[in-house]
Design a protein around this ligand. Sequence first.
Ligand SMILES: Cc1ncc(C[n+]2csc(CCOP(=O)(O)OP(=O)(O)O)c2C)c(N)n1
Ligand SMILES: [Mg+2]
Length: 624
Amino acid sequence: MTVRLTVAQALVRFLASQYTERDGMRQRLVEGCWGIFGHGNVAGVGQALLQAQQTGEADLRYYMARNEQAMVHASVGFARMRNRLQTFACTASIGPGSTNMVTGAALATINRIPVLLLPSDFFATRAASPLLQELEDPRSYDVSVNDAFKPVSRFWDRISRPEQLPSALLAAMRVLTDPAETGAVTLALPQDVQAEAHDWPEDLFTERTWFVPRPLPEPSALRRAVEVLANARRPLVIAGGGVIYSEAGPALRAFAEATGIPVSDTQAGKGALAWDHPCAVGGVGATGSPVANALAREADVILGIGTRYSDFTTASRTAFQHPGVKFVNLNVAAFDAGKHAGTSLVADARAGLEALTTALTGYRVDPEYTARIDSANADWRQAVEHAYHLGHQPLPAQTEILGALNEFSDERDVVVQAAGSMPGDLQMLWRARDPKQYHVEYGYSCMGYEIAGGLGAKMAAPDREVFVLVGDGSYLMMAQEIVTAVSEGIKLNIVLVQNQGFGSIGALSESLGSQRFGTRYRYRDPSSGLLDGDVLPVDLAANAASLGADVIRARTVKDLQAALAQSRASDRTTVTYIEADPLAPVPSSESWWDVPVSQTSALDSTQQARAAYAAAKRDQRIYL
Ligand SMILES: Cc1ncc(C[n+]2csc(CCOP(=O)(O)OP(=O)(O)O)c2C)c(N)n1
Ligand SMILES: [Mg+2]
């Protein structure tokens, strides 16, 4: 039996019948389809989505975004919140609509989050080439702008013939649902092929379930890992995003309680263990807590679980200074498990932790080690309290804003962030009580993720309040999805922190001897020729109101507390606008980040920074 449908209609029907299953729980894989239409997809995928909605022949709701990059962010936010078991498809028109998604694809792939991208492509027949927006490569007519997705996709294909669709779709689903391989999956769809009819085997559209595995550790690999861990005197766990996606929080807690091994976390892993658990020592690395970083410096064994070991996590490979430090890497991806010449333990985080807990029965760290951790934690908790209640004047410090939000939040609330000075401050100071509470995109740290990603997170968890923290810089890059939130009736609590430019890069610039050059939003001063004139007459609160949000202007931390309560009580997207002092003090992570400073310079500031850089660089190691 065959069914006659266009390629786009077949695609939509197929996507609506894909499911994932893990631990006996089954859910739709592709929740819906984001899109912005143009000539490349309006008559193909657009028609198919319309037909699906009108006839009920396929259940795939269309969501309209305002920017194609943002719709990928929203899909990522959703998929991350749903532990990578569900995501969205994204359709874009040919050319700029499609290339707008390239940044989103990179973000998804780097963060290991599934998202299905459907950029439109020029005619397979080339009947009318060159089309509006078609790249003409004089060396090959086979190249299009969509080739730019190749390095940022885990699977990439171009459907030049209808017959190619079924196998491409099966491969796409396999990669999306494989925890070791997942990321952006791109199927480029030539606009003529989208509209072309074909007789499809009916079986293409039967419901299909993709079983998301929990690979068990290989017994000999487990033995090798246990041998290293059983001999560890100063071990430290680094919990990454993989712990959360695998829902391994309880297994991690059981492991930590059985062994006494302290647990630090990465940006993606924060919340895997509640902040006030006696074994929790906070973030590790460049923006971590001094407690975790002191333990990291002395650790003889690092047990990395579901982590990619980014430079922020390893303090650019200076975090671990024990001369014989060894790594045991529990990761579902062999690629990550092999890093730093570690003992590779390829397995699902939960399954691997359960196996380790059993195999390490009887092992426990010294009571002296535990006592030291308790006392360091007590000191650090006081330092965090201090940062939360600094009383900085006249404008509040950002740490007070984060503190007010933390104290206001309950454990089901979600905080979303991605770029600027907030990810670092949050990594150091945020007290996460639930594995889904801390949603900071720090694989790509993409300015503009915040509101769009928050929208996706809220769609995934309508029963939670989502608090999007966004800096003025990120806001100016991508605020437009407020309109989408308003149109869909999806309620966001947005806290817009205004500090007149790039607080983060300003501080970095100053520390590297570049004097905050080009990091503030100011008029150009005619006498200096620099952007260091007056503050600009920009009103981002008015801007947010113009996009349809309710807006509250807060001046003090007390105002902020009242605003947060009002925002929570409302059912409309609410932006709380508050100014912060970008120069207010932040506690030190007692760590480092490798950003090279000019080796030769005519500026004193740069020469001094170079000397400090060279000294810090001496601690950098290759772990072999
Ligand atoms: C798309 C993108 N461009 C550039 C950067 C580099 N960058 C990192 S933080 C930052 C400034 C962010 O400004 P804002 O959102 O106001 O946060 P603040 O640093 O003031 O806290 C820049 C430009 C980035 N991360 N993403
Ligand atoms: Mg700013």
